[in-house]
Structures are given as structure tokens and as C-alpha cells.
Design a binder for this molecule. Structure first.
Ligand code: SF4
Length: 209
């Protein structure tokens, strides 16, 4: 069995119904939620988005919002000035370039102001069913620990995961690695002794030797 097959099989047992933990109802609300989730928990974002979308229910309302008002609503998510600016600017771009519809290609998404590669990949894989691996802090850490990648940057990690995993698993593995990193293989104090993957984990072997 290849390494990725062992990892996939174990993680699927732990997270039977792995899916994005952000609340959203369409590509636009997902995009905004993903922008808000940078350096913030999904739980926190889910507390904020109902108020945000009640005040600004669509891309047109958001594009015309006062930045200070958005900042006030999203304040608790951190980096609120940058995030508010990104939300307004990307909303303007979606209207100007895509008739108000969130585009479904990586090239078009990363052209939107305030939308980086990681955000674009989350949107692509979560709602458009386009195979993609968004490398956030969890995916980066866990992939390296489990030997699915040996990367120094998120970009390098994404490239290696795309080489090492079959395309049909990219989106699934993104979710599984995020959840495993969030709840089990945490940055500090990972649950190593109870981990079913410690036999192949590079971090665990380093600690033991
Ligand atoms: S053994 Fe520890 S560090 Fe390795 S994958 Fe499991 S939880 Fe993470």
C-alpha cells in the first residue's frame, strides 16, 4: 500500500463525513467566509457571517458597503481592515469582470483583488468540484509530518501533493488533512500516542529516536 493510501484510509475512518466547516449557501458567501477565515477559526467566522450577510445580502450590496461598517461587523475575526477591504474590492471585481458571478477557474479567481491561491483553491474544491489542494497551515504541517510532502513553503507543498496524490483525491484530502490538523495533529501537543498513523509519521519517529 502506498503512503497516501494508508493516510487516506485512516483519515476517512476518523472523519467519516469530512466537509468544509464554514457556513455558506453559494459560491459568493463561501468566498467571503474563506477570506474571513485567514488566521481565524471557522467557528468564529460562522458567528460573524449571519450578521454580515443580513446587512449585505449579495455581491452588489457588499461592493457598495462602507468599509468602516464591514470592519465593525467582522472585527472579531482579526485583520479586519485588510479583510474588509478585500471583501469590498473582490466584490467590485466580481461585478465588473464576471457579471456578479464568482468565477470557477483558478486563473480568474486569483485575479480578483484580495483573493490568493489558497482561498481560490478552497472555493474551487468546496463548491465547484474542481480538483484542488488548498494548503493552509494545517495541510502544510500534517503533509510534512506524514511524509506526503517534504516542503518548505505552501506553494512547494501544494505542488508535491499534486504530484504524490491521484487527482481524484485532491479535494477530499484537503478536507481530511485540515480536520486532522485541526483536531488531532495539532501544531502544539498533537495526540501522538493515540494516533493510528504514528507508524508512518516522520515527526513521531524523530521524537522517539
Ligand atoms: S503521530 Fe503525532 S505528529 Fe504524527 S501524525 Fe500522528 S498526531 Fe501527528
Amino acid at each position: 500500500m502506498e503512503r497516501y493510501e494508508i493516510v487516506t484510509s485512516e483519515l476517512q475512518k476518523i472523519f467519516v463525513d469530512a466537509k468544509c466547516e464554514l457556513d455558506y449557501k453559494d459560491p459568493y458567501t463561501l468566498l467571503v467566509a474563506v477570506i474571513l477565515s485567514a488566521q481565524c477559526t471557522d467557528k468564529r467566522v460562522n458567528l460573524v457571517t449571519p450578521t454580515l450577510f443580513a446587512s449585505y445580502p449579495n455581491v452588489y450590496a457588499m461592493a457598495n458597503a462602507e468599509q468602516a461598517d464591514i470592519e465593525r461587523i467582522i472585527h472579531s475575526c482579526g485583520f479586519y481592515r485588510n479583510k474588509a477591504k478585500s471583501i469590498i474590492e473582490c466584490s467590485k471585481d466580481i461585478i465588473a469582470k464576471h457579471n456578479g458571478e464568482v468565477p470557477n477557474t483558478l486563473e480568474e479567481l486569483v485575479e480578483l483583488r484580495g483573493v490568493g491561491r489558497k482561498t481560490a483553491n478552497v472555493v474551487l474544491s468546496t463548491i465547484f468540484n474542481v480538483p484542488a489542494i488548498a494548503v493552509d497551515t494545517h495541510v502544510f504541517r500534517v503533509s510534512n509530518r506524514l511524509g506526503l510532502a517534504n516542503a518548505k513553503t505552501p506553494e512547494e507543498c501544494e505542488k508535491q501533493l499534486m504530484e504524490n496524490l491521484p487527482k481524484e483525491l485532491w479535494s477530499k484530502m484537503h478536507q481530511l488533512l485540515v480536520l486532522f490538523g485541526r483536531y488531532n495533529c495539532k501544531s502544539k501537543n498533537p495526540s501522538c500516542e493515540s494516533c493510528s498513523l504514528k507508524g508512518i509519521c516522520k515527526e513521531y519517529k524523530c521524537k522517539k529516536n
